[in-house]
Design a protein around this ligand. Structure first.
Ligand code: SAM
Ligand code: SF4
Length: 329
């Protein structure tokens, strides 16, 4: 393994999130407007071979983990071929996917065979009507069969991402928690962040991870601390005797910037040191104007050294125009 890629605050950067498309088949209310967002032109989206080249160079610098995200990554054709390209890169130890799950049933087995290790499925409600309302038209049954197919294909762990907001789905905390009693679901409750459609929101809708945990423990009893592979910023717990686990991502109420080990590559090839920083570095421009591997590696190092220490005002929105679907949530 190469020597660690360190930023200016001695954090080891090992993790690259890659948005493979800004397109999505859903329109979750907290993420995208109903009409969608202005789309990146096809020719400006990185080709799979281009992504694989950048990942190879990043791996030579010390990146070991890659997450494919979007938009909806499965809305882009042939994702398994990208997984295969990345799986063949020396030094990459872990490939994961974040998906809304609605197209996963058709693809889970092929993705697993190509080298995908695990998946996070975003699911904000277990009620079909509400799911349709939050996603503006999504079918809960499709997402559930996607989760089932992922488990059957041996993707492990399967994490279920639930963005929680008061008045949207906070009355379902216990329903999700109880699912872990009988299913191998690793449910992660996520505090909503001030970005995209949520950049400006009513603070009254905010629920902290501490409050979520209190609600669950009031009914299920004290949770036992646990660990799950690839735990990142989440902290995990288990209801005694449960098959799955419960995690909390306190993106706002706890400052996890000191532990941040990631970079983000947007679908149009911009590398970002932080979701909340204004800086973006145009790797696509460099790549398409003939930059050598050494030059691209130098650019990646520059982005790493531009990683800010952290965000000081946690409820301050992300830079205008930064949307999760393009940046890669
Ligand atoms: N379409 C895929 C999906 O929904 O999983 C991948 C992209 S989506 C942008 C990635 C994650 O970002 C999802 O879990 C989604 O719930 C989350 N997300 C989007 N907007 C958010 C916000 N304002 N606060 C917290 N999480 C958000
Ligand atoms: Fe699409 Fe994911 Fe955003 Fe929902 S959260 S609109 S599924 S990108």
């Amino acid at each position: 393994m190469s020597s660690p890629l360190l930023d200016s605050y001695s954090r080891e950067i090992r993790y690259l999130r890659v948005s493979v498309t800004d397109r999505c088949n859903l329109r979750c209310r907290y993420c995208m407007p109903a009409e969608g967002i202005p789309l990146i032109a096809h020719e400006d989206i990185l080709r799979y071979e281009e992504i694989a080249r950048l990942v190879r160079i990043a791996a030579e610098l010390g990146i070991t983990r890659v997450r494919l995200t979007g938009g909806e990554p499965l809305a882009r054709k042939g994702l398994a071929s990208l997984v295969e390209l990345i799986a063949a890169i020396p030094g990459i130890e872990d490939i994961s996917l974040t998906s809304n799950g609605t197209l996963l049933a058709q693809h889970a087995a092929q993705l697993a065979a190509a080298g995908l290790g695990r998946v996070n499925v975003s699911l904000d409600s277990l009620n079909a009507l509400r799911y349709r309302e939050i996603t503006r038209g999504g079918e809960l049954a499709q997402a559930l069969s996607g989760i089932q197919a992922a488990l059957q294909a041996g993707l492990n762990p399967v994490k279920i991402n639930v963005v929680v907001a008061r008045g949207m789905n906070d009355d379902e905390l216990l329903d999700f928690a109880r699912r872990t009693l009988t299913e191998n679901w690793h449910v992660r409750f996520i505090e909503r962040m001030p970005i995209g459609e949520s950049a400006v929101y009513d603070r009254k809708q905010f629920i902290s991870a501490v409050e979520m945990q209190r609600v669950i423990e009031a009914s299920c009893g004290p949770l036992q601390p646990d660990t799950v592979y690839g735990s990142g910023p989440a902290r995990y717990w288990r209801i005694p005797g449960a098959i799955g686990t419960i995690g909390f991502i306190d993106a706002l109420s706890r400052h996890f910037c000191p532990e941040c080990n990631r970079l983000r590559l947007s679908a149009d090839g911009r590398l970002m040191p932080c979701l909340f920083s204004v800086q973006e570095y145009d790797l696509r421009g460099a790549l398409r104007s003939g930059a050598s591997d050494t030059e691209l590696a130098a650019l990646i190092r520059q982005v790493v050294s531009a990683k800010p220490e952290g965000r000081h005002f946690r409820h301050e929105p992300a830079p205008a125009g930064r949307v999760m679907s393009r940046t890669g949530g």
